[in-house]
Design a protein around this ligand. Structure first.
Ligand code: 5MM
Length: 341
């Protein structure tokens, strides 16, 4: 069995990143609504098969894919297990193990992620299926009343408990505390995001240490430091990059091998530009890469449009986006490369 550190380092291989394809049924329904496609087992499979059979992207730019339980055990239309496709491309399959974020008792605006019950048994099953890593997302809402100290601590605590179960099962935990940019009202300033993210990451690492999590065998999946999506603040790419790196330097121990960002509702190009700028800031103790859902998939989804005739074009769109982000993970992306496509 590979060590946790070896798997974590492979996930953050320089020039590669993670595809987040673990949309729950509700979330994939929202994505498909944009192209007017009904959500069925078959449409979910066909869409994800289009992504997973993008051989160039999967071989060259993707280190791991986060899946739902359904997809981890699913076969492509011709009966080939998706897991076989990942093995052929050297991609590590991962599994979203949380059961979603639910209203937090006593705190109207906040949520707590559930899913610890039975997790030990489930992880054993996922490991038997070949999952090398897992993901759990804690949601930190930003409103006039939130987050509270209690909300941050509660989410950090369950993230740490999840991480210990994963490592016990030989599975690398991807620890995702997301300070929401696209929540309601979503008009907060970049300074507020900076403060809340700092407190959140400090608390998460304090809980991880307390729980005895091996920091060299995990990957952090944080938000970048940005204003809320409905804020009118104009912030340069360089400012986002510098503030994000500053917060990470202040809170994330060097023992963590890598940080793979979520895109959080940013446009495709913004997410790429921010990542590239961060990788130009200077020497950093960890690899900085992507673990994008929307910012990797949106152009492919629109191009595919539910039509088998569009599969090749959609795969080209996905491959392009994956390549742009792979370059960004090396600090080598330039806007002209996107314009030329
Ligand atoms: C792909 O979306 C993931 C699952 O979300 P739900 O459980 O709410 O359906 C999500 O956790 C995702 O991994 C991260 O938010 C990153 O995705 P984005 O789109 O923010 O890059």
């Amino acid at each position: 069995m590979q060590s946790l550190n070896a798997i974590a380092r492979k996930l953050v291989t320089r020039g590669k990143g993670i595809l987040a394809a673990d949309e729950s049924e509700g979330t994939i329904a929202k994505r498909f609504a944009v192209i007017g496609l009904p959500v069925t087992l078959e449409t979910r499979r066909d869409y994800r098969e289009m992504l997973f059979r993008s051989r160039e992207a999967m071989d060259k730019y993707i280190s791991g894919v986060i899946l739902t339980e359904e997809t981890l055990e699913q076969n492509a239309r011709d009966g080939t297990p998706f897991r076989q496709l990942f093995a052929d491309s050297g991609v590590i399959p991962g599994i979203k193990v949380d059961r979603g974020a639910f209203p937090m008792p006593g705190s109207a605006d906040e949520k707590i992620t559930e899913g610890l019950d039975g997790l030990r048994q489930r992880l054993k099953h996922y490991a038997d299926l070949g999952a090398g890593f897992a993901k759990w997302r804690g949601v930190i809402a930003v409103t006039d009343h939130a987050p509270s100290r209690n909300g941050i601590r509660a989410n950090a605590h369950v993230l740490a408990r999840y991480a210990t179960y994963c490592q016990e099962a030989g599975i690398v935990p991807v620890v995702e505390p997301e300070v929401l940019a696209d929540g309601e009202p979503g008009d907060h300033s970049i300074a507020r995001c900076e403060d809340i993210t700092t407190e959140t990451l400090e608390t998460v690492f304090s809980e991880l240490r307390l729980a005895g999590v091996d920091l060299s065998g995990m990957v952090l999946k944080p938000n970048m430091i940005t204003p809320g999506l409905r804020s009118r603040e104009q912030i340069s790419v360089e400012d986002v990059a510098q503030r994000t790196v500053n917060v990470l330097r202040a809170t994330v121990p060097a023992a963590v091998p890598g940080i793979a960002f979520l895109s959080g509702g940013q446009s495709d190009e913004e997410a790429t530009a921010h990542l590239s700028a961060m990788n130009q800031v200077g020497p950093l103790p960890w690899v900085l890469t992507f673990s994008y859902g929307r910012a990797l998939q949106s152009s492919a989804l629109l191009t595919w449009n539910g039509d088998p005739a569009n599969v090749a074009a959609a795969q080209a769109a996905f491959t392009h986006r994956a390549r742009m982000n792979a370059l960004a993970s090396l600090g080598e992306w330039r806007p002209e490369l996107d314009l030329a496509a």
